[in-house]
Ligand binder design. Structure first.
Ligand SMILES: *Cc1c(COP(=O)(O)O)cnc(C)c1O
Length: 405
C-alpha cells in the first residue's frame, strides 16, 4: 500500500514552509539532519523489543539487539560514560524512571522552581512528579539571577532531600556540577543532572560534563544534541540495573526502536568535528545576539549568556512575555514566552521571552544575517504593528536563503 494522504500532505507542506521561512529561536528546538529523519521512519517501527539486548520478551529481536547495542556503544563513547539507557521515549520519561527507580513515593526532592528555570518534571504540582513526591524548591539569587549555592546548601540541610536535581530549561549560565555534588554529599542525597538542554554542548565539550559527578544524568536527544525526539539516561554502574528496571518494566513497555536507531545516527553525527564547531557556533551566536540586545537597552536576565539561550525581560520594552511572543510570531520570528526569576505575572502571561540559537545555527546563518534578525526583533518589540508586513518579508528573505537540513 502506498497511498498519498492528501490532507496529511497539505499539513506537512505548510509545516515545511513554516519551518523554512521563519526564524526559530525556541531554545529547545532544532532541525534534525535528513539522515536522523530518514532512520526515524525506518522499518524498525514495526518491531516489538521489550526488555534489553539479549534479554527480550519477544522473538525476532536479533537485529533490534544490534541496533540498540550500537546506540549504546556510540552513546557511551560520546558521553564518556560507563552505562547509558537509550530507551526513554522522552526527557520526562527518563526523569520518571529515575524517580521510580531511586525513590519511594513521598520522598523528598529538592529542585529549582519552574518559574526560575526548572522543568515541569522536576516536581511541579501539575506534573506526576509533584503529585507523587514531596517537592521542595531552591531559587535563583534575586540580585544576580544566578544559582546561589549558599542558599541551596542551607535549604538542603533543612529539608534533607533524598534527591537533588540540577539541570534546567531556562538558565543561561554554566552549571557548576561539582558544587551540586558537594551539597548532595553533605546531606547524603543522590544527585541528578538533567542535561536535556545542554547535552549537545556537553558532548562537544563546550559545557562541563556531569558524567562521573552526578549519580544519574537524564536528557532529551532532540535539543542541542540534534537527534530524534526522545530521551536517554546515563547512570553510574552501581545504580544502572535499578534504573534500567525503572524504564522497563516500570514506566515503559517496548522501546521505539526506530527512534533508538536514529539516536545511534545522531550520536555518530555528534562525534564529528563538524558538531564541535556547530556547538561553538551556537554559543558564539547566542553571545552575539545577547550583546546586541544589551546595546539596545533590553534587560537580559543575569545580564549575560554563557550557553545557547538567554532570557529577555520584556518589561524593558513595556510588553508582557505573551505580548512579545505574539508580536514576534506574527512576523515569523518564533520564540516562547517564559517566566523570569521573581516574575510578577502568571505563567500564561509572564514577563519574559526565551531566545535560543541551536536551531538557527543549524541553518548556518551568518553573523550579519543574525544581527539583522536581532534588529528586526528589536523593531518588532518597539514599534507599532504597521511595520510588521515589511518585517515579515525581511525575515522570510533571510531565512529563505538558508536551506533546511
Ligand atoms: C525539555 C526538557 C525535558 C523534557 O523533555 P520532553 O522530551 O519534552 O519530555 C526535561 N527536562 C528539562 C530540563 C527539559 O528542558
Amino acid at each position: 500500500m502506498n497511498i498519498t494522504d492528501i490532507e496529511i500532505e497539505n499539513i506537512l507542506e505548510n509545516e515545511q514552509k513554516r519551518q523554512r521561512d521563519s526564524a526559530v529561536f525556541i531554545a529547545s528546538e532544532n532541525y534534525a539532519s535528513s539522515s536522523v529523519r530518514k532512520y526515524t521512519s525506518s522499518i524498525l517501527t514495526n518491531k516489538y523489543a521489550e526488555g534489553y539486548p539479549g534479554q527480550r520478551y519477544y522473538a525476532g529481536c536479533e537485529f533490534a539487539d544490534q541496533a540498540e547495542n550500537l546506540a549504546i556503544e556510540r552513546g557511551k563513547k560520546i558521553f564518556e560514560s560507563e552505562h547509558i539507557n537509550v530507551q526513554p521515549h522522552s526527557g520526562s520519561q527518563a526523569n520518571m524512571a529515575a524517580y521510580i527507580s531511586l525513590l519511594n513515593p513521598g520522598d523528598r526532592i529538592l529542585s529549582l522552581s519552574l518559574d526560575h528555570g526548572g522543568h515541569l518534571s522536576h516536581g511541579h504540582n501539575v506534573n506526576f512528579s509533584g503529585k507523587i513526591y514531596e517537592i521542595h524548591n531552591y531559587f535563583l539569587d534575586e540580585e544576580t539571577e544566578m544559582l546561589d549555592f549558599d542558599s541551596i546548601q542551607k535549604i538542603a540541610e533543612e529539608i534533607k532531600p533524598k534527591l537533588i536535581i540540577c539541570g534546567f530549561s531556562a538558565y543561561s549560565r554554566v552549571i557548576n556540577f561539582e558544587k551540586f555534588r558537594k551539597i548532595a554529599d553533605s546531606v547524603n542525597a543522590l544527585m541528578m543532572a538533567d542535561i536535556a538542554h545542554i547535552a549537545g554542548l556537553i558532548v562537544a565539550k563546550q559545557h562541563p560534563s556531569p558524567v562521573n559527578i552526578a549519580d544519574i544524568i537524564t536528557s532529551t536527544t532532540h535539543k542541542t544534541l540534534r537527534g530524534p525526539r526522545g530521551g536517554i539516561a546515563i547512570i553510574k554502574n552501581s545504580l544502572s540495573k535499578k534504573y534500567d528496571r525503572g524504564i522497563f518494566p516500570a514506566v515503559q513497555g517496548g522501546p521505539i526502536m526506530n527512534n533508538v536507531i536514529a539516536k545511534a545516527v545522531a550520536f555518530k553525527e555528534a562525534s564529528s568535528e563538524g558538531f564541535v564547531q556547530y556547538s561553538k557556533d551556537i554559543i558564539t551566536n547566542s553571545k552575539l545576539l545577547c550583546g546586541f540586545f544589551k546595546d539596545k537597552q533590553l534587560r537580559i536576565v543575569s545580564d549575560d549568556t554563557e550557553n545557547h539561550l538567554m532570557l529577555i525581560d520584556t518589561r524593558s520594552v513595556n510588553l508582557s512575555g505573551a505580548e512579545a511572543e505574539e508580536k514576534l510570531n506574527s512576523v515569523g520570528i518564533i520564540v516562547n514566552k517564559n517566566a523570569i526569576p521573581f516574575d510578577p505575572n502568571p505563567p500564561r502571561i509572564t514577563s519574559g521571552i526565551r531566545i535560543g540559537t541551536p536551531a538557527i545555527t543549524t541553518r548556518k546563518i551568518s553573523e550579519n544575517d543574525l544581527l539583522q534578525i536581532g534588529e528586526l526583533i528589536f523593531q518588532t518589540l518597539t514599534t507599532s504593528a504597521k511595520k510588521s508586513t515589511y518585517i515579515k518579508q525581511e525575515v522570510n528573505k533571510i531565512m529563505n536563503k538558508l536551506p533546511l537540513p
